[in-house]
Write a protein that binds this ligand. Structure first.
Ligand code: F6R
Length: 367
């Protein structure tokens, strides 16, 4: 059942070229220049005329939501807010029948997300679901939606469901942007071609970083803290990298937008602090270079995720993980994969039960 892998988590990490491909299949028609999503198409006016879109989720799905905010605001120019379901539901949020709510949930059973949606529905919002489990409770109370076709996710730490959520959010943002008139045809065509190439790039990442992440992991078995930093689209990817590490390895880890480092976390940096930096060429690269300089000046141990052929960050980093280049907006999908592997191997070498970490459940059906 684990298909020869030691854990479901590793199997699911390796399934990502296929799960992303499956999530795009029948939806992304590259040659025709079409994104087919009945749920969006049938309710296009709702989205176009929305006051705002509120994305509601928990945990990893909330991280996907943050990237969704960047995508939808950049390409569709519709204001987006991202809320933790547990906060949204208890603060009398401003939601009317002019609002669109997007719920993101792998299991479709998360109690807080479900309760938040009921509240949004009472207030008249149009509810769109991005769920992985077909016919789940959340999928059933939504007005429309798009399933991620990631297949069953057994490992408690979410991996392939996360990248499938990012795939759906990308499709939604590009489709809305096209129909809004905000995204010109040439840019649309080049973005969809790039999205279509993501499964191949992930295959490449799995091949080139599998052994490398194991070797890096061996050096950090005794770590007690980790910082993860990124900017722009890769700031939520840093949050997600940190969550993966802490939930399965029990090493404390924090994700931060790289520029926030100097507003506090920089005080933590010394030769014992490992810092994972996500630094692809597209996306504030020069700013990241100066962040790395600041870290190295304090002797922090830098593990850098960079594009192939990178020189500046690589020259300063203690460990370099190369990934292929892609559009900035899709880079978190590619960058997440080596971070999943790194978390996985650190946890395995520490002897942790990666598929069923202590105190965690696959679906959180109590608040
Ligand atoms: C982390 C993880 C959790 C879930 C969260 C939401 O790896 O799995 O943080 O993402 O409990 O679950 P869903 O997406 O099922 O609503």
């Amino acid at each position: 059942e684990k298909g020869g892998y030691e854990h479901f988590m590793l199997k699911e990490i390796f399934e990502q070229p296929k799960s992303i491909h499956d999530t795009m299949r029948g939806r992304l028609l590259v040659e025709e220049g079409i994104i087919k999503m009945a749920g969006i198409w049938d309710h296009l006016e709702k989205f176009k005329n929305a006051n705002k879109i509120t994305i509601i989720a928990c945990g990893t799905s909330w991280h996907a939501g943050l990237i969704g905010e960047y995508l939808i605001e950049e390409y569709a120019r519709i204001p987006v807010e991202v809320e933790y379901a547990s906060e949204f539901r208890y603060r009398n949020p401003i939601i009317t029948d002019k609002d669109v709510v997007i719920a993101i949930s792998q299991s479709g059973e998360t109690a807080d997300t479900m309760a938040a949606l009921k509240l949004a529905k009472e207030k008249g919002a149009f509810i769109y679901g991005i769920c992985n489990v077909v016919d789940s409770s959340i999928a059933r109370i939504t007005d429309a939606g798009s399933y991620t076709h990631a297949g069953p996710e057994i490992g408690v730490a979410s991996t392939k469901a996360f990248t499938a959520q990012l795939t759906i959010l990308s499709l939604i943002a590009l489709k809305l942007g096209k129909h809004n008139g905000n995204l010109g045809n040439a840019e649309f065509m080049s973005l969809i071609a790039e999205l279509n190439a993501i499964p191949k790039k992930i295959e490449e990442v799995l091949e080139t970083t599998h052994e490398l992440t194991q070797n890096i992991a061996k050096d950090f078995i005794g770590a007690t803290n980790f910082l993860y930093l990124g900017r722009g689209y890769n700031y939520p990817a840093a949050l997600e990298g940190a969550l993966k590490l802490k939930e399965i390895s029990y090493i404390h880890a924090e994700g931060y937008p790289a520029a926030e480092m100097k507003h506090g976390p920089i005080a933590l940096i010394d030769e014992n602090m490992p810092i994972v930096i996500i630094a692809p060429k597209k996306g504030h690269y020069d700013k990241i270079v100066s962040n790395v300089q600041e870290i190295k000046a304090r002797k922090g141990k830098v593990i850098a995720v960079v594009n192939k052929g990178d020189t500046q960050v690589s020259a300063m980093a203690d460990y370099v993980i190369e990934i292929p280049e892609t559009s900035e907006c899709f880079s978190p999908i590619v960058a997440s994969v080596p971070l999943q592997l790194l978390a996985y191997y650190i946890a395995v070498y520490r002897g942790a039960n990666v598929d069923q970490p202590r105190n965690l459940a696959k679906s959180v059906t109590v608040e």
